[in-house]
Write a protein that binds this ligand. Structure first.
Ligand code: GUN
Length: 279
């Protein structure tokens, strides 16, 4: 029987641990504040931002919500981020993505002070990760590491194949698995012999952004499969990048969608907010 990795339970445990830490910090007179900026009112972004605010409230982190109109200019957004960089009462700054097309996301990400970059998206944060220095780590891949460790799955020496090479998941995921002493291969949509390479994996991490892409012919018997994808199918039901039903008999452990990787992203964002006052 495969282990179904319960991301809801593990993320709750992490949030409860953080709540205790935040209470201890509060007792010492240290308050944590996260500024969350949303430009426009994309419904999916509004749900994510709402969930981030709720998590802050639960843990005892103060959240400052900036809900800006869709026609906010890049200059106005840069000015707000710069003001928050200077504000010593603000510990973390998060600009919800995607931004409207007239705003350059890279410019905004690079405007956030690396000391407040709780998303871990700033080039300095990514660079620090790649050379093993201190810095904020992108939340979703950091959450995957926690799922593995807290499920008792050892990483050291294992063959890890990552399908997906995005800046937010695939690339930092590879660096984190390398930091944990896995042997890492990154594949993507243009990889030749993708199935054969995926089949080498002891730990297969899928973040390709295509619903039900990975079927059992990508999976070695007994592999651990981590599904980072989230999609709605034609019946409005959530599904991942992995065909869960097809691979279930083949794996030793797997994350479901929903309830696997998804809840971990916010838990790790909260963890980064706590880190922001400790470092
Ligand atoms: N949009 C979707 N996921 C994320 C995230 O983790 N951080 C930010 N800033 N925007 C997102």
């Amino acid at each position: 029987m495969a282990l179904i990795i319960d991301g809801k339970k593990i993320s709750s445990e992490i949030k409860d641990e953080l709540k205790v830490k935040v209470a201890e910090l509060n007792d010492k007179g240290i308050q944590i504040t996260l500024a969350v900026i949303q430009v426009g009112n994309d419904p999916a972004s509004s749900v994510y931002v709402g969930n981030k605010k709720k998590a802050c409230e639960y843990i005892g982190i103060k959240s400052l919500a900036y809900e800006l109109s869709q026609d906010t200019t890049q200059e106005e957004l840069v000015a707000l981020v710069e003001k928050l960089n200077e504000d010593s009462s603000v510990n973390g700054i998060l600009v919800q993505l995607p931004l409207p097309s007239h705003i350059n996301e890279d410019t905004i990400i690079q405007t956030i002070s690396p000391l407040k970059d709780v998303d871990g998206f700033h080039p300095q944060s990514v660079g620090a990760l790649s050379i093993g220095q201190k810095g904020f780590v992108s939340c979703t891949p950091a959450g995957v590491i926690q799922l593995l460790k807290r499920s008792g799955i050892s990483i050291q020496g294992k063959e890890c194949v990552i399908i997906g090479r995005s800046n937010i998941v695939g690339k930092p995921m590879a660096l984190l698995m390398l930091r944990e002493n896995a042997t890492v291969t990154i594949c993507h949509s243009r990889t030749n012999n993708l199935k054969e390479i995926a089949k080498r994996a002891d730990i297969l991490i899928v973040a390709i952004g295509k619903p039900l892409f990975v079927t059992k012919d990508f999976v070695k018997e007994g592999a651990v499969v981590i599904d980072v994808g989230i999609h709605r199918n034609e019946n409005n039901k959530l599904c991942g990048d992995v065909d869960y039903v097809d691979v279930l008999d083949h794996v030793s452990a797997i994350t479901p969608v929903p309830g696997g990787v998804g809840p971990m992203t916010i838990a790790m964002l909260m963890s980064n907010c706590v880190e922001s006052v400790l470092s």
